[in-house]
Structures are given as structure tokens and as C-alpha cells.
Design a protein around this ligand. Structure first.
Ligand code: BF8
Length: 663
């Protein structure tokens, strides 16, 4: 990432089409700006220290120390830890706001919101030790929300959600002093330790980075997912379509973009309001079309089948189609360029969070007390914009998908209400039908070819009988190239295909947004405790991959997976490549400490090779059958042949029990 190099912008045909249009019309995009501006190699490699005004010190060439004497290892570790702190803060603040909303619902002060999944509420209350007998849902919800809020300001003890990890893992965290005490405390402690003149031992700084990251994965993110499920429903399979082609020429297009489901859930309801649909018709539109970008998109896709218009690098492109009446944003991964870009279009950019204002946007703050009214006001404004629409250029590119797989639903798919478990999946791994599992997650980054590494890694892994779960913008990438469609079973290795057909799961499973990476933690924990695959996450034949990372949140996610025992491979550049000491500490050093390690590889082929090597190494350590690609695939039901001959829509219905209607 450090060096200026020619990068093919994207492999996505829809994005290529809009980028050609942008070039013709001299419209600035993240792609054109990246081509014009090389990243600073010193900062990119982690060798720039700017924590005091004696610098910034650039530790390159003969300069191996800053003016205060800070070594390259200390500087790179400090920079890394600060990225983790920002990532933990972003995910966890999202969780905090959801806890406030849950308490608001319990107190009758959050009009429009309700408890949509009481079963999940009871489940969460159960593992938090909150009594449920003879109590109303609201009383329980108040306690769950209060317990969640306590995690932020807690000074001593352990973040409660960490109790969902295996006993072995909890002991590692206690023994190594990595157990997070309170979410805010761990973030603050990183900022303190990395202030000028405090912690100067790279290993000690990186330990705190792990502790804070655990407060994200097993704290802020996990409670955010739990509360989202309680308030908005735990996802189950839904079908939809993905890419810019989901925008409609004859309807009012509204895009929700950002991260928190609090706003987007209300926009979903507002878009279904008959009065507003009628209002849209009165303005000459055939209806209201809601679509998403980034993780907000994943939230409303998982629960309502709202189509994703694109991932991170497509946010500007959606506006350049000329077809978007309103882009409604809340927090995180929103480019400032949108504020300027919309000045050339009829699109209104609407900010809704007091934490995130953008020059050039209209600010309509989401009131938690009356969120539906705010949502309706926003939708009405979008409709008012429709008559101002000029020429549109919507690429006719979209792909069918199935999403909506929660941890709960995966249990259900493997045994129904009475015998839900991970037994079939574990058995399939033990027998070698499935070689292992991989989480492919994270962002797009304009410094690497958009979607290229992600989509190739997914295809290679499933062809090698590795079951893949996806989240975040990687999930959008999976969807856009057909990897979330039942058709993808044809591309899976013969053993994986057999299992997927038998238990009715696709070879690539969409588990949600980036905070929903916490679902992967609990899935892995259940696999480890189900039996046959060791005792803990570091025993599993599994890897975590972030092929096109961009944000500080991705660094936090990678770090908490490592601290939970996983081998994590990132694509693109390493933010610590300047320091051999830190490269070693987060790889071999962390492996000896917690069983997981973090490595960076620029070529996706290396990521695939390293992943398969690791999976096979773990299989051997567990004394499982050697993996042989052609051993399976011949057994099974004679009806599979008939199934394979079905048209796609009927296939979706047959596998997921969804109606056969087109999405
Ligand atoms: O939280 S994957 S670009 S949208 S940071 Fe951002 Fe990265 Fe996308 Fe979701 Ni996650």
C-alpha cells in the first residue's frame, strides 16, 4: 500500500460503467483522487510518530529513533494500538446507542420501536443472569439494556459478554491480563499508554490493543448484535438482489448508508406507508425503492431483504447514476466527498446523527422519541425531489442472493427447534466432507482492485471444500458475483456441496454487518464446544480473512479474532510493515500468547494458500481424516438431479423455504 502503483480500479461491471461516465463528465471520485494521490509511505508503514509536537518524526533510513528516543517498534505498536482504539470506539458507541434505545423502549420513551424478538430477549437475559420469571418483556429489556450500558463505564471485573467464550479462552485472557474490564476503560487506556512518554514496550502496548479489541468483539459489537436482534428481529433467510442495478428508473430511490439499524429500520417502515406511496405516485413515480450501501445495507438486508446497491467504494457511484433522490446517512464509512458531489445532482444528502455532520448535507436529526416521524419526513423530502431528477444512467447489473443467516438460524437449520446444534457441521468437518471454515469479512480499499481479492478468495475456498461465512462489505462483494446464490453450490467442492445440499445451507453464508462479526465468534465457540474439533477456537481448522481492509474497525476486528485464537490474514498493505519487531510480535508472538496470529499478504493467492495450509495443519493436530477432494460427492438423494434441473427461483424456494416469487 505504501508505494504508488497502478491499480485496476474495480472488477465490478456496474462500477466500471459508472466510472466511465464519471471520467467522461470529469466528475471526481475516490478512484480518480486515489490515482492522483499516492499514499504517504511513511505513515502507511507505521513509521510516522505524531503524538507530540517535537515531531512528527519519520523513522526512515538512518533515523531509527524519534527525537524523544522512541524506537520504530514502539512507534509502529503505538500507531497500531491507536487504530484499534478507534475501531473499538466506533463499534462500541454503536452498541451504546442501541442500549439506550432498548431502555427507551422499556420505559415507553422510544416511540416506533418495540421488542420484535422476545425469544432472543429471553436468551440474552439467560446468559446475563437476569431473572425472567413472572416479569414483563419490558422489565427484562430494561435490565438487559442497563447491563449493556454498565459494560461501558465498568472499571473493574470482566466485560460480562466474555463469559460466552470457552472456559479455556477465558482462562488465557485472565492469565495473560487480557481480559477486558470495561469497554470505555480499555479505549482510554490505549490513548493514555500511547500518549508521549508512557508505555514504550511494543509488546506491552500490543497486549493492551488485544484487551481493548476483546472489549469490542466480546463487548460492544456483541451487545450491539444482541440488542439489534431483540429490537428488530433475529435474521432468518431472505432473498434479494445486489448491485447498482437495484436502483429503479421509475421509482423514488432512497439509499440508507452507514451503520446503525435504528434509523434504517424506521425508513423501511416509512417506505411502506400507503400515504407516502400515494404521495410518490402523485409526484409521477411508480413507487418508493429503498436500497442500501455499506453495513446499514446489511442490517436491512438481513432482516427485510432490502437490496444492497453497493459496498463502500460504490457510495459515490450510486449518486452519479443520477437516480438517487436521497442518500440518508448516520455514522461510519461515509465519504466527505458526498457533500460536494450532491451539489451537481438533484440528490439530497441527509445526515441524521448529532455525531456526524457533513458540509453540503441537510441535517435532520433522528429523534429516538419519535423516530418514525423523522423517517417519514425524510422519505417525503426524497419524494419531493423526484420531479427534479434529470437523466439517469443506472447500470443494468444486479445479481440474486440469499442472506439472513444468524447463529440461531444456523442451529435451527441443523436440527430444527428440538435438536438444533452444530453436530452435522462438526461431523462433516471431522469426516473431511468439509475441509474447514473461513470468515471472509471487511472493507473495500481503493489501493487494491475493488472486489477482486474478496471474490476470488471466496471462490477458491469453496472450491476447496471450505465453508465460508461473510459479513460487511465483503458480503456485498460475495453477493455481486453470485456467491450468495444457490447456484454457487455448483462451484463448491464435492464434499462441501453434499453437506450444503443435505442440511440446506449455501456454501457462502451471509452473517450480517461488521458488528455481526460477533456472530462468527459465537459460531466458532459453539463449533469448538460441540465436540470433535478440540476445545477452543485455536483448535479449529478455521481462518479469518480480511482481503481489502481499509478502516480502523477492521484492525480491531482482526485483533479480537486473533486474541480469540484465530489465524487472521489481511490483504493489502500492513500498517506495521516498517517494524520487523512488531511484525513478529503480532504473528509468532501473539500465536505463542493466545494461539492466534495476524499476518498481511498483498497477493490473494498467498492468502488462499496460507489458509488451506493452516486448515490442514489444524486437521492433522486434531487427528482428523486427511482431506481428499474427490472422496465425497457421490452419495445422497437421487432427487438432487431433479433439484439441479430446477430454475433458480424454485431452487431458492426448495432450499430455504422461501416463496418462489422473483425478488
Ligand atoms: O463496518 S466493511 S468499509 S461499511 S468498516 Fe466500512 Fe469496512 Fe464496509 Fe461496515 Ni466494516
Amino acid at each position: 500500500m505504501a508505494k504508488k502503483k497502478e491499480v485496476i480500479p474495480t472488477i465490478d461491471p456496474a462500477s466500471i460503467q459508472v466510472l466511465e461516465l464519471a471520467e467522461e463528465q470529469h466528475i471526481s471520485t475516490v478512484f480518480s483522487r486515489a490515482a492522483a494521490m499516492a499514499p504517504c509511505p511513511i505513515g502507511a508503514d507505521g513509521a510516522c510518530c505524531k503524538v507530540c509536537s517535537m515531531g512528527p518524526c519519520r523513522l526512515v533510513g538512518k533515523a531509527t529513533r524519534g527525537v524523544c528516543g522512541a524506537t520504530l517498534g514502539t512507534v509502529a505498536a503505538r500507531n497500531f494500538a491507536r487504530m484499534v482504539a478507534a475501531g473499538v470506539a466506533a463499534h462500541s458507541d454503536h452498541g451504546r446507542d442501541l442500549a439506550f434505545t432498548l431502555i427507551g423502549v422499556a420505559d415507553g420513551e422510544a416511540g416506533g420501536y418495540e421488542i420484535r424478538d422476545p425469544a432472543k430477549l429471553y436468551g440474552v437475559a439467560g446468559y446475563l443472569g437476569i431473572p425472567t420469571e413472572d416479569r414483563t418483556d419490558k422489565e427484562i429489556a430494561r435490565d438487559v439494556g442497563t447491563k449493556a450500558l454498565e459494560q461501558f463505564g465498568q472499571q473493574r471485573g470482566e466485560v460480562t459478554w466474555t463469559a460466552r467464550a470457552t472456559q479455556k479462552r477465558q482462562k488465557i485472557w485472565r492469565d495473560r491480563r487480557l481480559m477486558p474490564r470495561g469497554i470505555d476503560r480499555e479505549i482510554v487506556e490505549i490513548m493514555h499508554r500511547t500518549h508521549m512518554g508512557v508505555d514504550m514496550e511494543a509488546e506491552n502496548i500490543l497486549d493492551q490493543a488485544m484487551r481493548a479489541a476483546l472489549a469490542d468483539g466480546w463487548g460492544g459489537s456483541m451487545l450491539a448484535t444482541d440488542i439489534s436482534d431483540i429490537l428488530f428481529g433475529t435474521p432468518g433467510p431472505v432473498q434479494s438482489v445486489a448491485n447498482l442495478g437495484v436502483l429503479k428508473d421509475d421509482e423514488v430511490n432512497i439509499i440508507v448508508h452507514g451503520h446503525e439499524p435504528t434509523l434504517s429500520e424506521m425508513i423501511v417502515i416509512a417506505c411502506l406507508d400507503p400515504e407516502l406511496i400515494e404521495y410518490a405516485r402523485a409526484k409521477g413515480a411508480n413507487g418508493i425503492n429503498l436500497a442500501g450501501i455499506c453495513c446499514t445495507s446489511n442490517e436491512v438486508l438481513m432482516r427485510h431483504g432490502i437490496p444492497p446497491a453497493g459496498n463502500f467504494l460504490q457510495q459515490e457511484l450510486a449518486i452519479i447514476t443520477g437516480s438517487v433522490e436521497a442518500m440518508v446517512v448516520d455514522v461510519q464509512c461515509i465519504m466527505q466527498s458526498l457533500g460536494e458531489l450532491v451539489q451537481d445532482y438533484h440528490t439530497e444528502l441527509i445526515t441524521t446523527s448529532p455525531k456526524a455532520k457533513i458540509p453540503g448535507a441537510v441535517h435532520i436529526e433522528l429523534s429516538e422519541h419519535d423516530a418514525l416521524s423523522t423517517a417519514k419526513e425524510i422519505v417525503r423530502r426524497a419524494i419531493d425531489n423526484f420531479p427534479d431528477r434529470g437523466k439517469t444512467d443506472i447500470p443494468a447489473v444486479k445479481e440474486g442472493l440469499v442472506a439472513g443467516f444468524s447463529h440461531e438460524y444456523l442451529n435451527y437449520m441443523q436440527g430444527g427447534e428440538l435438536r438444533g446444534s452444530f453436530r452435522p457441521l462438526n461431523d462433516a468437518i471431522v469426516s473431511g466432507r468439509i475441509r474447514g471454515a473461513a470468515g471472509v469479512v471487511g472493507c473495500n480499499n481503493v489501493r487494491v482492485t475493488h472486489d477482486d481479492a474478496t471474490s476470488n478468495i471466496i471462490r477458491e475456498l469453496i472450491a476447496n471444500d471450505v465453508l465460508v461465512v461473510v459479513t460487511g462489505c465483503a458480503a456485498h462483494a460475495a453477493a455481486k458475483y453470485g456467491s450468495l446464490s444457490p447456484e454457487m453450490m455448483e462451484k463448491a467442492g464435492s464434499g462441501l456441496k453434499e453437506v450444503c445440499e443435505t442440511i440446506g445451507i449455501p456454501p457462502v453464508i451471509h452473517l450480517g454487518s461488521c458488528v455481526d462479526n460477533s456472530r462468527i465468534l459465537t459460531v466458532l465457540t459453539q463449533m469448538a464446544t460441540e465436540g470433535g474439533l478440540g476445545e477452543d477456537i485455536d483448535d479449529l481448522p478455521a481462518v479469518g480473512i480480511c482481503p481489502e481492509w481499509m478502516s480502523e474497525k477492521a484492525i480491531s476486528i482482526g485483533t479480537y479474532f486473533v486474541a480469540s485464537g484465530a489465524y487472521v490474514l489481511f490483504g493489502g498493505g500492513s500498517p506495521v510493515s516498517a517494524s520487523e519487531q512488531v511484525i513478529q510480535l503480532i504473528s509468532a508472538g501473539w500465536e505463542s500468547k493466545v494461539g492466534g496470529k495476524l499476518e498481511f499478504y498483498e497477493d490473494w493467492r498467498d492468502i488462499v494458500a496460507k489458509s488451506l495450509e493452516h486448515i490442514d495443519k489444524k486437521r492433522a493436530a486434531l487427528k482428523l481424516t486427511d482431506y481428499k477432494p474427490d472422496r465425497f460427492g457421490a452419495s445422497g438423494d437421487w432427487r438432487i438431479g431433479e433439484f439441479e434441473a430446477l430454475p433458480l427461483e424454485e431452487k431458492i424456494g426448495a432450499v430455504y423455504g422461501l416463496p418462489a416469487a422473483a425478488p
